[in-house]
Write a protein that binds this ligand. Sequence first.
Ligand code: SF4
Ligand code: SF4
Length: 315
Amino acid sequence: MPPFADILKDKLLRAGASAAGFAPLREVAPEVMEAYSAWISEGRHGGMEYLANHLAIRRNPALLLGGGEDPRPGGTVISAAFPYFSADPYRPRRLRIARYALGDDYHEVLRRRLKPIAEWITAETGKEARVCVDTAPILERYWAREAGIGFIGRNRQLIIPGRGPCFLLAEIVTRAELPPDTPCRLTCGECDACVRGCPGHALTPDGFDSRRCHSYLTIEHRGELPADFTPRRGWLYGCDLCIEACPHHRTATPPPPLPEFTPRESLLDLAEDEVRNLTPTTFASLLRHSPIKRAKLAGLLRNIDRLISDTTAGE
Ligand code: SF4
Ligand code: SF4
């Protein structure tokens, strides 16, 4: 019988993960938390106030367990990376939507795939195990790096060597003790292709300012777009330019995406007029189980107004 950790990794791969690893459940390295707190106090998270909340849990994800009352270290952060569509799917004279958002909502997909595994861990070990899919306050790229899955690029993506940056991360935080993997210590080196390719100058060699990022502005930002925001041609929701610029993306051999992340024809074919004519009913029907609902109808209409006469993507 293979060891428990091997069976668990096999289950994660069978659940669709391209890579999975284990990191000891303990406090985040002080310099990482310091940098994160400084980023927040400089206001670089823009209007994403949720990023400024629950700093104690971000520092110590053990607080996610036991009703948040037990800060002891001990246990494991299990990190897993699931592939989304990575090739260029865009069509001439159609709007562009970030690749990760062309299929089903990853929150639902990954939780559905990981929940049975968390339950199995608890059944086998008697230890609590909690699934986190971008909803709990946890530094997921940090934990993926600590679990040996890949490194954090200047484009803010978790990059898996040889496979690229088109992965969505999820975690299982558990009191079960598992043998830790070796953290990934690769870096971007001297490359700065994404910094040069970033249209909003949101990226710098050692930082990121959400307030200048097209992705943040078209997805997360509420209210009017800043006056100096220059929309990219055709990008209605998000922006993949720092992914497209990355040599790790251009030379990767990525695994096929999860079936749920196959781009929807209705989104690949989305045209400016169609968005303008959306009603609450057609919005809900077009975006059923899609992460794009996050921007709300008002957000899409605001975005399209700024893209007016400029929806020439692919030309
Ligand atoms: S998503 Fe676009 S605007 Fe944001 S950092 Fe990447 S390239 Fe820059
Ligand atoms: S483009 Fe270069 S600097 Fe940016 S994430 Fe990729 S390797 Fe790193």
